[in-house]
Design a protein around this ligand. Structure first.
Ligand SMILES: C[S@@+](CC[C@H](N)C(=O)[O-])C[C@H]1O[C@@H](n2cnc3c(N)ncnc32)[C@H](O)[C@@H]1O
Length: 249
């Protein structure tokens, strides 16, 4: 029987690794590390660093694989994602088969936590035969963002909503909430909103040496964040950022 352990590793700071994560990595026979192209090699580097730091036995094999690239040109977004999940599942299966003979424990180091904007659980359920699936929770980028700004996420007794940049741009401010967390924003979707009464808490490369934090009234900070984001992206070749918007009366 194959066990697949999806281990949340936090979102950039190796100190966010929990003791449960360290234990799960050490009990694996095989750790899979995805390569996402040269521009995002820092992300694979963090996973390599974690393995080098926490592995106490040389019984655990490490296998890197090239993550298939999603066809962004696919007309139907969901169909495109579906095909991509199939391709990733096939790549996992091939990589596992090269190292294990149908049984053992495979670990995947998942950015942040596997439950939040991550498809590993959906992909794992496509494997045939279906492995036993285990999850070790990790610190999410939302927690890292709130901690970095020392910000309580919800207002007293109030809900919040987590969404993507694309959805915020397409549908505007969501109904029924005054606090919105925005992730996966390839641009700066907050620019599509009327900034009156809105405050923003923005963070890029959270938990990493180059972490950038900016916050204030959206009307004052919006264009400054756009510039800082563009400069940082040019410097690194990639950027990962998230933000919280709050509507004040
Ligand atoms: C594919 S999702 C993965 C989320 C992850 N599973 C989690 O628990 O945070 C990637 C998005 O998470 C956010 N993110 C992840 N790590 C981040 C970091 N270190 N700094 C800022 N945002 C981050 C960004 O919004 C990014 O576009």
């Amino acid at each position: 029987m194959l066990t697949l352990s999806l281990i949340g590793i936090g979102c950039g700071d190796p100190e966010q690794l929990t003791r449960a994560a360290i234990r799960a990595i050490n009990t694996a026979d095989l750790v899979l590390i995805p390569r996402k192209g040269a521009a995002k090699s820092d992300l694979a580097d963090l996973r390599r660093t974690i393995c080098a730091d926490v592995l106490t036995s040389d019984e655990t094999a490490i296998a890197e694989f090239d993550l298939p690239v999603r066809d962004a040109g696919e007309a139907d977004y969901r169909q495109g994602v579906d095909a991509w999940h199939d391709a990733v599942a096939a790549t996992w299966s091939q990589t596992i088969a090269r190292h294990l003979e149908g049984e053992g424990k495979v670990a995947l180091l998942i950015w942040g936590d596997p439950s939040l904007y991550d498809s590993s659980l959906r992909i794992a359920r496509r494997l045939d035969p279906l492995p036993k699936i285990e999850v070790v929770p990790g610190i999410t980028s939302i927690q890292a963002l709130c901690a970095a700004h020392a910000l309580p996420l919800n207002d007293v007794g109030e809900p919040f909503l987590v969404t993507t940049g694309r959805r915020l741009r397409e549908r505007g401010w969501p109904q029924g909430v005054d606090t919105v967390v925005v992730m996966l924003d390839g641009g700066t979707a907050f620019q599509s909103l009327d900034p009156t009464g809105l405050h923003i808490w923005w963070g890029a490369y959270l938990g990493m040496p180059d972490q950038i934090l900016m916050s204030g009234r959206l009307a004052d900070m919006g264009s400054r964040i756009v510039t800082a984001r563009q400069e940082a992206r040019e410097r690194h070749g990639w950027i990962m950022d998230s933000y919280i918007l709050k509507r004040r009366g």
